[in-house]
Write a protein that binds this ligand. Sequence first.
Ligand SMILES: NC(=O)c1ccc[n+]([C@@H]2O[C@H](COP(=O)([O-])OP(=O)(O)OC[C@H]3O[C@@H](n4cnc5c(N)ncnc54)[C@H](O)[C@@H]3O)[C@@H](O)[C@H]2O)c1
Ligand SMILES: O=c1ccn([C@@H]2O[C@H](COP(=O)(O)OP(=O)(O)O[C@H]3O[C@H](CO)[C@@H](O)[C@H](O)[C@H]3O)[C@@H](O)[C@H]2O)c(=O)[nH]1
Length: 428
Amino acid sequence: MQINIIGSGYVGTTVGACLADLGHEVTAIDIDEDVVDAINAGESPIHEPGLDDLLAEHVGGNLTATTSYEGLADADVTILAVQTPSRPDGSIDTGPLLSAAEMAGEALRDTEERHLVVVKSTVTPPNVGALRDAVLDGAGDARDFLEVAANPEFQREGSAVEDFLHPQKIVFGTDSDWATDRLRAVYAPLVADTDARVVETDPETAMMVKYANNVFLASKISLINELGNVCKEFGIDAYEVADAIGMDDRIGERFLRSGVGWGGSCFPKDTAALIDTARESGYEPELLEAVVSVNDGQPHRMVELLTDHVDVEGRTVAVLGLSFKPGTGDIRNSRAIPVIERLDDLGAEVVAYDPVAADNMRERFPDVTYADDAADALRGAHGALVVTGWDEFEALNSEFDEMARPVVVDGRHVVEHRDGLTYEGLTW
Ligand SMILES: NC(=O)c1ccc[n+]([C@@H]2O[C@H](COP(=O)([O-])OP(=O)(O)OC[C@H]3O[C@@H](n4cnc5c(N)ncnc54)[C@H](O)[C@@H]3O)[C@@H](O)[C@H]2O)c1
Ligand SMILES: O=c1ccn([C@@H]2O[C@H](COP(=O)(O)OP(=O)(O)O[C@H]3O[C@H](CO)[C@@H](O)[C@H](O)[C@H]3O)[C@@H](O)[C@H]2O)c(=O)[nH]1
């Protein structure tokens, strides 16, 4: 099939490269020329394991990037993967997505064949109608040839390629059998070769599944964090407790890693958007508000555990890990941000290290010192905070001897206890 994908960020680039890998002819469209040039040069605009290899294999063959919407009608399907960022009140800003939807509709004005526009971006169910209208109004008289479907994406950053190619489920939200059949054709090579289960529903329900999925997982982490905070009060290791409760398959062993909390581009944004949408509709989602509040408290608890041991004012503190999770350079809503802000408020000098995300964080905090490696960050520091669970932090050992005060607050359960180190786990 011929597939256009509009928006080549974290999702669009991965999905485009994976669809090319499944044998489709893919055109990736982005308004950012640097992104388009990078893809056409076979370079991934983002750090994502496996993506460079896929681009190297398919760019110049069945994957091309462009800034132009011309030729959209030559394809069978157009996927929208444009950003839907949070506004300060928690609602999503659908402006960029609506304008891409309208541009897609306009570019399809001359189509004389049926064409499916698929929303892969995450939008709240009440926004689906506006998106449908934007595409159809943009298309003018060609609106009868077009249909808008929802196909939310469940990939995680850091394992996005693997997740897309081996999904547990694929959700098709459509208004007709024709649209469902077209989505089945897009995913046919994948469904044939994996254990993926396909959910077929309407577009609004499909988007609600996406929100429920993310908010459930964020709640699960906040719950284990709350239990973990209680464990810490009792001198109990929350990881031992989590291992035991995870044996009950009604609970499940995954997403029970307590610590400094959840960040990223999705959990915070999607939780805030669902809360805002529920409130707008007249329902006060108290549990979800508590889920956010527990998450917001963890970075502060972490800094407090350090200040119980060290007065950080005027002293150097090492922050190990800046990305919102290992395996990505993405710092959106990283827990490192409130940690650094708090240290800053307390007058500490922050020396930060991350194997991938330092350049991104430098734009956010230009005055922080960025070390070349963890040893460099720890040297002379009066305390260290482990914010991201990069594998390399597990191997740290003699590096702690170089600290002025060897106090480590571990927010991700990665550092090994050892003699000579004052060690505080956040929930253990
Ligand atoms: N990041 C994830 O892991 C993830 C996973 C599942 C779902 N989502 C959802 O997918 C959507 C995209 O997220 P993302 O993280 O990839 O965003 P992103 O910001 O990384 O990428 C969006 C891209 O769209 C481009 N763009 C903006 N307006 C455009 C237009 N009119 N025409 C063409 N390109 C345009 C931008 O230049 C950018 O490259 C969001 O709704 C998000 O919630 C994200
Ligand atoms: O036991 C755990 C698991 C995760 N996290 C944190 O939770 C956040 C999110 O992690 P993860 O879900 O692995 O990464 P994302 O890339 O944000 O993926 C989520 O958000 C995506 C965007 O919507 C969805 O597609 C994915 O299914 C969903 O897992 C990170 O800060 C993690 O450190 C924990 O604190 N404890």
